[in-house]
Design a protein around this ligand. Sequence first.
Ligand code: 13P
Ligand code: ZN
Length: 277
Amino acid sequence: MAIGRMEEVPAVEGFIRLCTDGWEQGWHERNGGNLTYRMKKEDVDAARPFFDETPRPWVNMGVQADNLAGEYFITTGSGRFMRNVQLDAAANIGIVEINDKGDSWRIVWGLGNGARPTSEFPSHFMNHSVRKEVTGGANRVIYHCHPANIIALTFILPLDDKTFSRVLWQSMTECPVIFPEGVGVVPWMVPGGPEIAQATSRLMKKYQAAVWAHHGIFVSGPDFDTAFGLAHTIEKSAEIYVKILSTGRPILQTITDEDLLAIEPSFHITLNREFLN
Ligand code: 13P
Ligand code: ZN
């Protein structure tokens, strides 16, 4: 059947579904969190009939990436609420085109009533650039959310990659399989600024996910399911660890480094050796 509306374009449909899923998890109070998707050629072809007749003016981003010149992104709007995306996509999300210098965007659809791409667009953009490069073009999704348990852990654990990676690996058996390289940790920084964009993109050369202290998580993936699943896994593992601590009881046993290594052959993974003792 022919596609009649932008919301029926499969990439847009998947984007909207993730926004709703994240809202239902409780990770998006008010306008908290944001999502971007680097569109495939077939996504752009399917969406183009619904683009505005005249694109809006170019806006310089303050960041630049050669490998994203000419790309199209679906993005949530700054100050827009994830819970409203399913009700009115055109008012709360939009599609932007990147210019041939890779330093500016212009809106070609959506982001109605004067909305702009998320304030974290520079962070998303720089991380898309890094993840596109290190995954040979496979990565397409960057997702930022505010899940309570992983945020809570940033108040009581030292803010280093090894501590967070080990706590998450050891709190739920599937974690090392899903992120064998571990996770990165960014200290508290001003949201939406160039510093958090740069600090995160340095970490995303090595990791699929970064924890933002006292703020949330930032994850990447080849598709919506994988990126959402990564955020879900990290938050669930953090929740288990918070529950363990809340009992006030000593930890009698955990997944040992030997156990972690024993997972490797069956799942064809290699754990980050820096995080094993
Ligand atoms: P935006 O509404 O601009 O996307 O900002 C929300 C947020 O979570 C900032 O980190
Ligand atoms: Zn945020």
